[in-house]
Structure formats: structure tokens, C-alpha cells
Design a protein around this ligand. Structure first.
Ligand code: CU
Length: 142
């Protein structure tokens, strides 16, 4: 007896809740699935183009450019023993000389490119231009 009554009351409550949901709060809950179903198609196209790069470390293509009396980049990450290309895009002759003597390109004239071999031991190697000793940079071997 009591079970049947409470069951019928529960059905009424459920029906009332459905009516309330259909009238009042139904708009917010029904619009959410429609917006989420359209977004995966647009996000999948953008993620596929960005995932192709970023796997290859800079092993054979390390390079430094000198311009405006500055080394660019000022800090370069290279693999041990990697060949580093140095291009002088400046109006003056420069060198790339390790302060610890590990590497030295010698004089690099304007528009000239020289290559030196990075140290095989991991660590940070500071270098300067021997002609303009305020020009500084760092080779980070790792
Ligand atoms: Cu210089």
C-alpha cells in the first residue's frame, strides 16, 4: 500500500520535473550538446598540422649568425661534437672564440661562413669575439 503510493508520487514528481525542465531550464541543457558536437571536427584539423614538427633535435643544423655586433642566438643548444656553422652578416670582421680555448673560428670576414666543432663534453661554453671582446655568447652542449 505504502509502496504503491510512494511509487505513484514518485512518478508525479518525475513528470513534474520533466515539465519544469522542458519549460524553464531545458534551454540551457539542450543547447550544450549541440555546441560540443561541432567543435571536435574543427580542433582535429588544427592539431594534425602542429604535431608534425618538434621531434628532430638540432644535430646537424646548428648555426650562429653575427649581426649588429651580436651573436644570434646568444645561447645555442648543440649535441656533443656537433658542427656549428657561423655566418658573419655584419659589416665588420668577427671571431667566435671560446674563453676556455675549446673552439675558435678565427677571423670571419663579412658575408663569410666558418664551421667549428662543438666540444664532446656536455656543459656550457662561453665564447667572445676576439676583436670585440664585449660580444659574448654561450654554447650549451647537452
Ligand atoms: Cu667582433
Amino acid at each position: 500500500m505504502r509502496g504503491v503510493r510512494s511509487g505513484a508520487a514518485g512518478l508525479l514528481v518525475a513528470a513534474a520535473a520533466l515539465l519544469l525542465a522542458a519549460c524553464g531550464g531545458g534551454t540551457s541543457s539542450s543547447s550544450a550538446p549541440a555546441t560540443t558536437s561541432t567543435s571536435p571536427s574543427s580542433s582535429s584539423s588544427s592539431s594534425s598540422s602542429g604535431s608534425s614538427s618538434g621531434t628532430a633535435p638540432a644535430s646537424g643544423s646548428s648555426s650562429i649568425t653575427i649581426s649588429n655586433f651580436m651573436f644570434e642566438p646568444m645561447t645555442l643548444d648543440v649535441a656533443p661534437g656537433a658542427a656549428v656553422k657561423v655566418t658573419n652578416d655584419d659589416s665588420s670582421t668577427h671571431t667566435l672564440t671560446a674563453t676556455g680555448g675549446q673552439f675558435d673560428t678565427g677571423a670571419i670576414a663579412q658575408n663569410q661562413t666558418k664551421t667549428f666543432t662543438a666540444p664532446s663534453k656536455p656543459g656550457q661554453y662561453h665564447y667572445i669575439c676576439n676583436i670585440h671582446q664585449y660580444m659574448m655568447g654561450t654554447i650549451d652542449v647537452k
